[in-house]
Design a protein around this ligand. Sequence first.
Ligand SMILES: Cc1c2[nH]c(c1CCC(=O)O)Cc1[nH]c(c(CCC(=O)O)c1C)Cc1[nH]c(c(CCC(=O)O)c1C)Cc1[nH]c(c(C)c1CCC(=O)O)C2
Length: 346
Amino acid sequence: MDKNGEFRFLKACRGEPVDCTPVWFMRQAGRYMKEYRALKEKHSFLEMCRTPELATEVTLQPLDVLGVDAAIIFADILLPLEPMGTGLEFTVGDGPSIPRPVRTRQDVENLKPVCSEEQLGYVGDAIKMVRGEIAGKLPLVGFSGAPFTLSSYMVEGGKSKEFTTTKLMMYQEPETWNLLMDKVVDVLVDYLKMQVKAGAQALQIFDSWVGCLNPGDYERYILPHTKRVFDGLKDCGVPVINFSTGTSTMLPLVRESGGDVMGFDWRIHLDDARKQIGLDTPVQGNLDPNILFAPIPVIREKVLDIMQRAEGRSGHIFNLGHGILQHTPVDHVKAVVDMVHEYRHG
Ligand SMILES: Cc1c2[nH]c(c1CCC(=O)O)Cc1[nH]c(c(CCC(=O)O)c1C)Cc1[nH]c(c(CCC(=O)O)c1C)Cc1[nH]c(c(C)c1CCC(=O)O)C2
């Protein structure tokens, strides 16, 4: 919050001048924090997501420790898969697995529509609870996956390196692919609107794996569907962040899909990305999460480089280029927050 009692994170999302650059981190709640690991001893990951009291506790854990400018609700992009009918499991060490993957036309037809208010209401309840705790102190970000990233889990049945099965559906059965996208988009718009209704003050859409595509295929098979998500949120009243990784070669296309703020990874200089996207569009990013393992002077050099590339322009939210990694030293994360807040544009 700045001295006028306004949230600098929300101001930056709107491209308005700020007293200093706001900063938060994707995956700022999680295993790198001892408070999270302690809670995880007693509860499974899904139990923590589905129990609003626990999700609230985890959401709050990093806020005072780090001194960030926004909270992000503790949940997962995969939660909507369960009510859609694919099942969802997290096995220790292996990450997510989807017991009934979606591979055929029939599988896609069998996917169920979702009433988020009822079936994912626990996320809304957690949002309300967190707002009750941080009202007037920090804004709260809600989120979901983007259609491609979410569908890739549904089709592959878990994490993937090559995305072969997903791409094959796209290339070989475009009608099945389009039906899958349509169903996923409907769920996402309903889910995100529910989060805003519950109190989310900004939204972020994670397209974590869309960078595996060639720009032409992105434009043809993905962009129209992702655009429907952003179009569906146009009147929702909160800023929406369009985050993707591996997309340095197609940022103008990603920009076309929509959103008020563009978030991208470290594979491109912030100023080069801004030139491509358009200088008026607020941006978020983009420190390589691995840099947080380096000695403080190295971290400082990299943070200052990003701040200089932002060139004193308003409309920059400092973040990583992807989520915080598991063994990241907490004091290094905190040091970055201080560096960003203390930076003065010359
Ligand atoms: C692809 C993706 C997922 N989930 C998410 C994405 C998109 C962002 C990205 O690309 O990182 C998004 C996500 N997942 C989680 C959050 C919480 C909010 C936050 O603090 O940012 C957010 C925003 C918690 C989580 N989601 C998960 C954890 C770890 C669970 C644990 O405690 O073991 C957390 C804290 C599990 C998860 N969830 C997912 C994977 C691949 C995994 C396993 C990862 C791993 O094992 O490191 C799917």
